[in-house]
Write a protein that binds this ligand. Structure first.
Ligand SMILES: NC(=O)c1ccc[n+]([C@@H]2O[C@H](COP(=O)([O-])OP(=O)(O)OC[C@H]3O[C@@H](n4cnc5c(N)ncnc54)[C@H](O)[C@@H]3O)[C@@H](O)[C@H]2O)c1
Length: 267
């Protein structure tokens, strides 16, 4: 695995799922990690797991969609560890599983605010530190749903597509300053995304899980990915091993967007 010894990394949404795996992977690769999430207990649990394993971590509660909290998150990081080197914009939420004409305007806004505005805000407050040191690495968690259309996911697909082109745009603006910006597009990863939370009844949760299992089974690698399989790519992109990569959009998806899904059909 690549190393990021002595670097300081923020991982948003690291109380659970992919963010938690990124935080664990960053720490295992030698970084000081600021674990951040809106869910305090979950975030503290991730930070404790890192320190119990001998790593360096600190939890800061922050809602990435809130400008003041995003600014505080970056300031708290610098106060605690003296610098910030890596920002993993990972916090994200799914949308309601309905077609666009049935999406409530406030639900659309909520998805855009967390996924897109959160990425913008945390980057906005971290970049001045990156500019001062002429070095910085940003890894955005986009999605394969940002590369293709997907059923019943208007706000989510729009937010992830926007993160992908924001990644390219930021790479253009900040490449001359030694700041690299890349995005990972996870495919089906076995976390609670879109299945956690009060909006799904137990029956809906079961149905969503079954659909994901079936969809993942039809992809080239035939399974859902594990969060750790995203964490390792995030470490690589943040490390000097990826020193000539910026503006790259990296699917980590078991091959799901490489081919039309033929299902049972063959010629
Ligand atoms: N799981 C997948 O299959 C999959 C696929 C593609 C992309 N992604 C993306 O990966 C990222 C992580 O997803 P996951 O599957 O680990 O989800 P998850 O629900 O398991 O974890 C997401 C975490 O983000 C936190 N969070 C939510 N809103 C927040 C906010 N406003 N501010 C700070 N933290 C907030 C949650 O509390 C949670 O701990 C998301 O951006 C998601 O869109 C996931």
């Amino acid at each position: 695995m690549a190393r990021i010894d002595g670097k300081t990394a923020i991982v948003t949404g690291s109380g659970n799922g992919i963010g938690r795996a990124m935080a664990l992977a960053f720490a295992a690769a030698g970084a000081n990690v600021i674990v951040s999430d809106v869910l305090v207990e979950d975030g503290e649990r991730t930070a404790a797991a890192i320190t119990e394993a001998g790593g360096s971590a600190f939890f800061v509660a922050a809602d990435v969609a809130d400008a003041q909290q995003a600014e505080n998150l970056v300031a708290a990081t610098v106060k605690r560890f003296g610098s910030i080197d890596i920002l993993a914009n990972n916090a994200g939420i799914g949308g309601g599983k309905v077609r666009l004409h049935e999406v409530e305007p406030e639900d659309f806004d909520r998805v855009i605010n967390v996924n897109l505005r959160g990425t913008f805000l945390c980057s906005k407050y971290a970049i001045p530190y990156f500019l001062a040191q002429q070095d910085g690495r940003i890894v955005n968690t986009a999605s394969t749903y940002g590369l293709i259309g997907a059923p019943n996911a208007a706000a989510y697909c729009a937010s992830k597509g926007a993160i992908i082109n924001l990644t390219r745009q930021m790479a253009v603006d900040y490449g001359p300053d030694g700041i690299r910006v890349n995005a990972i597009c996870p495919g089906y990863i076995d976390t609670g995304l879109g299945r956690r939370g009060p909006e799904l009844t137990p029956d809906e949760f079961q149905a969503a899980s079954a659909i994901r299992e079936k969809a993942a089974g039809m992809q080239p690698l035939g399974r859902q990915g594990q969060p750790s399989e995203i964490g390792e790519v995030a470490v690589f992109l943040s490390s000097d091993a990826a020193s000539f990569m910026t503006g790259s959009i990296v699917p980590v998806d078991g091959g799901c967007i490489t081919t039309f899904n033929y299902g049972e059909a063959s010629n």
